[in-house]
Design a protein around this ligand. Structure first.
Ligand code: HEC
Length: 158
């Protein structure tokens, strides 16, 4: 399961918590209404920044053929932290009808990250480059469709 995907489709305990919040949203106005954390920087932005740094570090590690480092970075890219639940709900409600496409990019990035990790563990340079390109393709696809509207929606309100 994609961790980026999990940003928007939390599983396990997070899924249970999400269901609780969704079911109880009328009783939990502080979570249901996004006003309280509106002005704060979004966790997603920081997570994305870390992803960007890990991708840069991976480029460097590839140039040095430091495959163990590539494997470590790839695992982190594939399994990065998630935003807190309230923010996930804000993002989910914003993405709305485009959720499946958002999830698709998410899943794509995660799977490519796992492929990158596997290739790095094998020390297969050609497969590493190819999987790295697949990761970036997924990053780009999501950014092309969602970054601008996302920024207009969340950062434009501040
Ligand atoms: C499912 C959608 C999605 C995927 C996949 C995705 N991103 Fe993002 N990314 C976003 C959104 C939305 C923003 C805008 C966030 C904001 O401005 O707060 C963003 C912003 C960014 C930023 C700018 C952060 C900043 O400082 O403003 C970086 C860097 C970034 N992403 C890197 C990556 C990398 C690297 C990957 C792939 C490993 C990736 N993203 C995959 C949705 C995605």
């Amino acid at each position: 399961m994609s961790p980026l995907f999990r940003i928007f489709t939390p599983r396990r305990t997070a899924a249970a918590a999400l269901m609780t919040v969704l079911a109880g949203s009328v009783l939990l106005p502080a979570v249901a209404a996004d006003a309280p954390d509106q002005a704060k920087p979004m966790a997603l932005t920081g997570i994305m920044r870390d992803l960007g740094q890990d991708m840069q570090a991976a480029t460097d590690a590839i140039a040095r053929e430091d495959w163990p480092k590539v494997a470590t970075l790839a695992a982190r890219i594939a399994d990065h932290p998630q935003p807190p639940l309230a923010e996930k709900l804000r993002i989910l409600s914003f993405v709305g009808k485009d959720t499946s496409s958002f999830r698709g990019y998410d899943k794509q990035a995660h799977e490519a990250g796992k492929q990158l990790e596997k290739a790095a563990k094998r020390g297969d340079g050609t497969a590493i480059i190819s999987a790295f390109a697949d990761v970036q393709t997924a990053c780009l696809a999501c950014h092309q469709q969602f970054r601008k509207p996302f920024q207009d929606h969340f950062h434009g309100q501040q």
